[in-house]
Design a binder for this molecule. Structure first.
Ligand code: F6P
Length: 465
């Protein structure tokens, strides 16, 4: 029987803190539940010695196969090359970029380790689906070890323009690694375009036609656009249940009939949080009628605490919250509530259901599923409005959101004000159009299209080689 073997840096194991489950985790889990198989990756813990064999936990039709990471690997591979070189490059944020060849060497070593630990678990009929920027070289390691199975790769972050990618001294090696997959998938057409342009830059990068062919085949790497989606019904049900629950009711009581603007993000500099806080401040400056009528809640749990840029953003937000509240607060109202902690998904959907505005303004994002979840959680008869960054992948699908440029503080304030004043008829029209897109490109469409395309791509290579 065909099994799906999903490989990602982090595995969201059951009975652990599922609050932190991001888009990748929700999507991978749904795919595995459908096909059955293995989810292989890091368990989030570190060890001083070398990691042992994978720990196997069977839950239903899924085997969670997890390993620890050596402390040095965590520092150099995860905090280092993955999150201080690749992450800033993929998000066009070169102010946070640093390159150190020791970190890249460890990145390659950890990918080789992942391949070694995964090998004994594989069967010839498995379909292997590798996720995200931490694991670009994994297919080349598996192929070197003789694995002939279909291997696909999906990039959950943006693929940068070649002019940005070129700051990475090892970018041609990574491009060659990507070409060893049967299929490489992206969220958007622009990511795919950037990838193709990078591959065609022969004169700079030295990527030859031969590099773009898979080993032992004359075929160029197959690529595709597969925008990740959500389970719309699941979000709606979670919102329905949660909006009646104690936490949501307490939050609503506290609003005292004021409109709610809500944002939920990992505490990450790519999410544009500081500029967003300043846009809320500008809303109260430019449109004083909103003072004491609107409350902004930002939920932002800490992530990647070992990476410098992430500590800085935390301090910047604490300072901005203090300044804005000091300037505008009244005896019965604080304009901003900044919660530096995680809530479970259900509670978040309940909060979304109550909000007049969902404010999602990353300065760059592969997709941003929070934007999609906000829309899905709305009451169709009285929906809130999504204010969305035009630099998030989701903006290419959710064109009926109020689209803003996250760097334009006044423009974002205008967008929020417009959303707060939007008549019911227009809100419903925008909601109807966006929910139709969400249903068409939902989580099932994402995984089915990717897996079907991967099988076809692999079959094609097998036949012609
Ligand atoms: O956005 C990229 C991504 O890998 C998501 O898919 C995931 O939810 C998130 O980052 C989590 O990052 P980390 O594992 O570093 O906490």
């Amino acid at each position: 029987m065909t099994r799906l073997v999903a490989v990602s840096n982090r595995v969201a194991q059951p009975n652990t803190d599922s609050k932190s489950a991001g888009g990748l985790a929700v999507g991978v889990l749904a795919a595995l539940e459908e096909y059955g198989g293995i989810w292989f990756g890091w368990n989030g813990k570190t060890t001083q010695g070398e990691p042992g064999d994978p720990k196997l936990d069977q839950v239903g039709n899924i085997t969670y196969a997890t390993i620890e990471l050596n402390e040095r690997s965590f520092e150099l591979y995860y905090n280092g090359f993955s999150n201080t070189s690749l992450w800033p490059v993929c998000h066009y944020l070169l102010g946070y970029f640093r390159y150190d060849h020791r970190e890249y060497d460890e990145y390659r070593r950890v990918n080789a380790l992942f391949a070694r630990k995964l090998l004994p678990l594989l069967r010839p009929s498995d379909i292997i689906w590798v996720h995200d920027y931490h694991l670009i070289p994994l297919a080349s390691e598996l192929r070197r070890a003789g694995i002939k199975n279909p291997i696909g790769f999906f990039l959950h972050v943006p693929f940068p323009d070649i002019e940005v990618l070129r700051v990475l001294p090892v970018y041609t090696q990574l491009l060659r690694c990507l070409c060893t997959y049967d299929l490489v998938g992206f969220h958007t057409q622009s990511d795919l375009r950037s990838f193709n342009e990078a591959l065609s830059q022969d004169e700079f990068g030295g990527i030859t036609l031969a590099d773009r062919r898979r080993p032992s085949s004359d075929q160029l790497v197959h690529t595709g656009v597969f925008p990740i989606g959500i389970d719309v019904d699941d979000c709606q049900q979670l919102a329905q249940v949660a909006h009646l629950e104690d936490k949501t009711r307490r939050m609503v009581r506290n609003l005292r009939d004021r409109d709610l603007i809500i944002s939920v993000d990992r505490l990450d500099y790519s999410k544009g949080l500081e500029a967003r806080f300043r846009a809320v401040e500008r809303l109260f400056e430019n449109y004083p009628a909103n003072r004491n009528q609107v409350s902004f809640i930002q939920i932002a749990p800490t992530t990647r605490a070992g990476v410098r840029g992430y500590t800085d953003i935390r301090h910047a937000l604490e300072q901005a919250t203090g300044e804005i509240n000091a300037e505008f607060a009244d005896i019965d109202w604080a304009p901003i509530r900044y919660l530096n902690r995680a809530f479970d998904r259900g509670t978040i959907m309940g909060f979304f259901h109550e909000a007049a505005v969902g404010l999602v303004t990353p300065v760059r994002d592969g997709m941003n599923l929070v934007a999609k979840e906000f829309v899905a959680s709305q009451d169709p008869k009285d929906p809130g409005v999504l204010v969305l960054s035009n630099l998030a992948g989701a903006a290419q699908e959710l064109t009926d959101a109020v689209l803003v440029n996250p760097y334009d503080i006044d423009g974002v304030a205008d967008g929020i004000h417009r959303a707060l004043r939007m008549p019911l008829g227009e809100r419903k029209e925008r909601y109807d159009s966006m929910i139709a897109v969400l249903r068409k490109n939902d989580i099932t469409a994402w995984r089915t299209r990717f897996v079907d395309t991967l099988i076809a791509a692999h079959e094609h290579v097998r036949l012609v080689s």
